[in-house]
Design a protein around this ligand. Structure first.
Ligand code: NAD
Length: 354
């Protein structure tokens, strides 16, 4: 009997304001949503932006917590919970990357606070129902619609301060989310993912070479928004699992790990996802998706080898063992030899073979 298509379908609900100067719409949008007592969240590095936001919000804001940190440490969530309770906040407004938006999600989960996300990187967390909290060296993640931001405001001008290096890795993080969802059975998720591949691959090199190009920043950010949407409504597979293991167990940086692994996870899955891989290559304007992504990473100066992210040769077997502990939902079952080859190629930063 031929394969008969069968799948569930459920779409997330998004509320997005996108455009240069969009941040000016925040007070009005908050009034529309009935949000009156906001706790502004930032990292220490973006505290100045948080203070500006506090001034813009006037009496719609009750305070500013500026200690958001990479991977949402549990102790940071505890501190922010205490501050939110003391100030009787009814919502959070996170301005920053995935770490800050992740803190807003953690408070949504713990205190039931509504949350507004103003992304300043290409991580895409504002479009997903995925949360993550790190306790010691263990990062727990899950999906819960209660953490979905009530509003995401995308203003490309807020990304102008991102360095070319962070832009490169963060853009490839977004590309990984899109690539994972091009094979989706949901026509809208697949279409979002493919358009994200096209936008990101075209505009990422332009932005890295000219970080002040607002029009290219805008197209790249739109690509990241679509990629985050595809991840939120779609799925993750082998690639994200490996990034999670490397980041969680070995402390490799999030976006850089995506950047290094992506060409190799695409190469590993190429046979099983033939049609999708051809579509990705076509959207990128290249002959081979894995090689195209590798060359894109090379062109924008992104990290290309796990050995440059602090991984030792002896760590690879441990990654294989952890990855094989639970079945990986991917286009085809992932075998141990295939996984070993993927990791060895990524460790050395080898060019994928067609
Ligand atoms: P990040 O949020 O940790 O930001 C990295 C650094 O860049 C921070 O110091 C931040 O303050 C600074 N920064 C951010 N925007 C800036 C700007 N415009 N100019 C100057 N500096 C700026 O990094 P990230 O890659 O955005 O997020 C990574 C985290 O997000 C990880 O914990 C990852 O697991 C999570 N994430 C979650 C999802 C999800 O759906 N839940 C999706 C992607 C990433």
């Amino acid at each position: 009997m031929p394969d008969v298509r069968a799948f569930p379908y459920r779409m997330l609900s998004w509320n997005v304001v996108f455009g240069v100067g969009a941040i000016e719409r925040l007070p009005g949008e908050m009034d529309r949503l009935g949000l009156a007592n906001a706790l502004v969240l930032t990292t220490p590095g973006q505290a100045a932006g948080g203070r500006e936001l506090l001034a813009t919000l006037g009496d719609r804001a009750v305070g500013h917590f500026d200690q958001a940190a990479m991977h949402v440490p549990a102790e940071t969530v505890d501190q922010a919970t205490h501050v939110a309770r003391q100030l009787a906040a009814d919502c959070t407004v996170s301005i920053g990357g995935g770490s800050t938006i992740g803190l807003g999600k953690a408070l949504a989960s713990r205190l039931g606070l509504r949350n507004v996300a103003i992304p300043t990187t290409y991580a895409g967390s504002e479009m997903t129902n995925i949360w993550g909290i790190t306790e010691g060296s263990r990062k727990d993640t899950g999906r819960d619609d209660a953490v979905m931001p009530d509003l995401a405001i995308y203003d490309p001008e807020l990304t102008l301060t991102l360095s070319p290096a962070v832009t490169a890795s963060s853009g490839l993080n977004a590309l990984a989310q899109a690539v994972a969802n091009v094979p989706s059975n949901d026509a809208d998720v697949a279409a979002m993912a493919l358009e994200a591949v096209r936008l990101i691959s075209r505009h990422l090199p332009i932005v890295v070479n000219n970080p002040a190009a607002v029009d290219a920043r805008s197209e790249l950010l739109w690509g990241a928004c679509l990629a985050g949407g595809a991840l939120g409504a779609g799925t993750t597979g082998l690639h994200h699992r490996l990034c999670h293991i490397l980041g969680g167990t070995f402390g490799t940086p999030h976006a850089e790990t995506h950047a290094v692994l992506l060409p190799h996870s695409v190469a590993c899955n190429a046979a099983a996802t033939g049609q999708a891989v051809r579509k990705i290559a076509e959207a990128m304007g290249v002959a081979d998706a894995a090689i195209g992504i590798f060359e894109l990473a090379e062109a924008i100066g992104a990290p290309r080898a796990l050995k440059d992210l602090g991984i030792e040769p002896g760590d690879l077997e441990r990654v294989v063992a952890i990855a094989m502990e639970t079945p990986i939902s991917d286009a085809a079952p992932v075998t141990e030899p295939a996984l070993r080859k993927l990791l060895e190629d990524a460790f050395l930063g080898r060019r994928p073979q067609p």
